[in-house]
Design a binder for this molecule. Structure first.
Ligand SMILES: NC(=O)c1ccc[n+]([C@@H]2O[C@H](COP(=O)([O-])OP(=O)(O)OC[C@H]3O[C@@H](n4cnc5c(N)ncnc54)[C@H](OP(=O)(O)O)[C@@H]3O)[C@@H](O)[C@H]2O)c1
Length: 402
C-alpha cells in the first residue's frame, strides 16, 4: 500500500564538495517546488577522515542539532534512524560504499558515475533486488522541469522524428597546471578520474534521455557505440573524449538517430560563464530543434526553433528560499544567485516518491539504463585502452581501497 506522507531521513556518506550542495538543498522547503507530502531531514553524516569533520559538515549545511556525526561509514550504516544514504565519495569508491549500505539494509542514492564499470553496477542492482531496497544513480538533471519540457517536446511530436542529438559537457579545469601532480580526483586513476566518467556522463545523459528514454517502455532499443576518441593526461585519465553513437528507433518510426557526446576538461562549453558560447545540446528533428544552454548538468535556458517560424526562449531558474533570504548554495566556488537552490532536491524528491509508492528504482533512469550507460562507458574506455587500477575495477567485496 502506498504512503500518503513521508519524512525521509537522510544519512550523508562523505563530506566533500557535492555532499555539501546536496545536504544544503535538502534543507530547502519542498513547498517552494509545490511538494506538500514529503519532507527531507539530514539525520546523520559520516566522514572517513574524522568525526569532527562530520560535525563541521553538519554545521555547515544547517542540519538539525539532533543530527549525528560519525567518524566512519561503517557507523553511519548502522544508525537505525537513517532511511536512505546519499553516497558522495569519488566514483572509484561507489561500489564498495554502496554495497556497504545495501548490506546494512539501507536505501541508496549514489552519485554519478554509478560505479567504475558495468560489472560493479550489475552487482549493486542484484544486491538491491535481493534485499528489496531502493537504489538510484544520482543523475539529478533528469528530474529537472527543464528536462521534462525537452522530453515532452520529443514525445508530443512537436520536433518531428529526431535525426541527431549532440551534447557537450566541457568544463575547463586547467589540469596541466592545477593538477600536475596527478593527485586530484579528476585526473587520478586511483579515484577513477577522467573526463568521461565525471563530465561525459552528462553528455551521455542528454543523448539517452532524448533518444532512449523517450522510446516506449519495453521497446527501447539498445544503442551502439560507432566510434570514439580520447586524449589523455600523463596519468592515463582522459582529458577529452568524443563518442559517436547510433540509437535504433531513436528517431521514432523514422528509425535510427545519431548521437554525438563530447566532453573535455581543457576547453569549456561556456567560455565566459555568461552563455555567450551558445547552446551545448542540440536536439534536431525534422520539424525543428530544441537547444539547451550550458552547463548541461544544471541548465537554465532553452531555445525552441521550429520550421513554422517559432523561436521561443525559456529561462528555468531553480526554486529555493528566494531573494532576501541570505541563503546560498552551489558547487565549489560556483555559487547560485541568492535564494536559488542548486537543484539536487528534485532527485531527493524522486527517492521519497519512490519509497512512498513502493518503487525500488528511479522513474527517469532505472537500473537497466544505469547499467547500459556504464556498458557504453566501458566500451569507450576499451576502444581507447583506458583501464583503471585492478582494485578500482574489482568486483570483490569487501576490498580495502586506498
Ligand atoms: N551531481 C553533481 O553535480 C556532482 C558534482 C561534483 C561531483 N559529483 C560526484 O560526486 C562524487 C564526489 O565528488 P566531489 O566533487 O564531492 O569530491 P570531493 O570534494 O573530493 O569529495 C569526495 C569525498 O569523498 C570522501 N572520500 C572517501 N575516500 C576518499 C578517497 N580515497 N579520496 C578522496 N576522497 C575520499 C571524502 O570525504 P570524507 O573524508 O568525509 O569521508 C571526500 O571529501 C564523485 O563521484 C563525483 O562524480 C557530482
Amino acid at each position: 500500500m502506498s504512503k500518503q506522507n513521508l519524512t525521509l531521513r537522510w544519512g550523508i556518506l562523505a563530506t566533500g564538495g557535492i555532499a555539501q550542495s546536496f545536504a544544503k538543498d535538502l534543507t530547502v522547503d519542498p513547498k517552494t517546488r509545490n511538494v506538500t507530502n514529503l519532507t527531507h531531514v539530514v539525520e546523520a553524516a559520516a566522514s572517513s577522515s574524522s568525526k569532527s569533520r562530520a560535525e563541521q559538515f553538519l554545521k555547515d549545511v544547517d542540519a538539525p542539532s539532533s543530527a549525528r556525526a560519525y567518524g566512519s561509514y561503517e557507523e553511519l550504516v548502522k544508525d537505525p534512524n537513517v532511511d536512505i544514504i546519499y553516497v558522495a565519495t569519488p566514483h572509484s569508491h561507489h561500489y564498495q560504499n554502496t554495497m556497504l549500505c545495501l548490506n546494512a539494509g539501507k536505501h541508496v542514492l549514489c552519485e554519478k558515475a554509478f560505479t567504475t564499470n558495468a560489472a560493479q553496477a550489475k552487482l549493486l542492482v542484484n544486491k538491491a533486488q535481493e534485499r528489496g531496497l531502493f537504489l538510484m544513480e544520482a543523475v539529478w538533471t533528469r528530474y529537472f522541469p527543464i528536462s521534462a519540457y525537452v522530453r515532452e517536446l520529443i514525445t508530443s511530436g512537436k520536433l518531428g522524428a529526431l535525426t541527431r542529438v549532440s551534447a557537450a559537457n566541457d568544463k575547463a579545469g586547467d589540469p596541466y597546471n592545477k593538477h600536475a601532480d596527478g593527485k586530484h580526483r579528476m585526473v587520478n586513476m586511483d579515484l577513477a578520474g577522467g573526463a568521461l566518467l565525471d563530465l561525459g556522463i552528462y553528455s551521455l545523459t542528454w543523448l539517452f534521455q532524448t533518444l532512449y528514454l523517450t522510446q516506449p517502455e519495453g521497446k527501447r532499443a539498445r544503442p551502439s557505440v560507432v566510434g570514439s576518441s580520447m586524449k589523455k593526461f600523463p596519468t592515463g585519465a582522459d582529458t577529452d573524449t568524443t563518442i559517436l553513437m547510433k540509437f535504433p528507433n531513436g528517431g521514432g518510426d523514422e528509425g535510427d538517430a545519431q548521437g554525438i557526446a563530447t566532453t573535455s576538461m581543457i576547453v569549456d562549453s561556456d567560455v565566459d560563464g555568461k552563455g555567450t558560447s551558445g547552446p551545448a545540446v542540440r536536439i534536431q528533428g525534422e520539424k525543428g530543434e530544441v537547444q539547451v544552454w550550458p552547463p548541461i548538468y544544471r541548465p537554465t535556458k532553452t531555445r525552441l526553433i521550429l520550421a513554422d517560424g517559432t523561436c521561443e526562449d525559456k529561462q528555468w531558474p531553480q526554486p529555493g528560499p528566494g531573494k532576501g533570504s541570505g541563503w546560498y548554495n552551489g558547487f565549489g566556488g560556483d555559487m547560485q544567485p541568492e535564494g536559488e537552490g542548486q537543484g539536487m532536491f528534485w532527485e531527493a524528491d524522486e527517492c521519497g516518491f519512490a519509497l512512498m509508492e513502493g518503487r525500488k528504482e528511479g522513474r527517469l533512469e532505472g537500473w537497466e539504463e544505469s547499467v547500459l550507460i556504464m556498458e557504453v562507458m566501458d566500451e569507450v574506455r576499451e576502444q581507447n585502452g583506458m583501464k583503471y587500477p585492478k582494485e578500482v575495477e574489482s568486483v570483490e567485496y569487501p576490498l580495502k581501497m586506498k
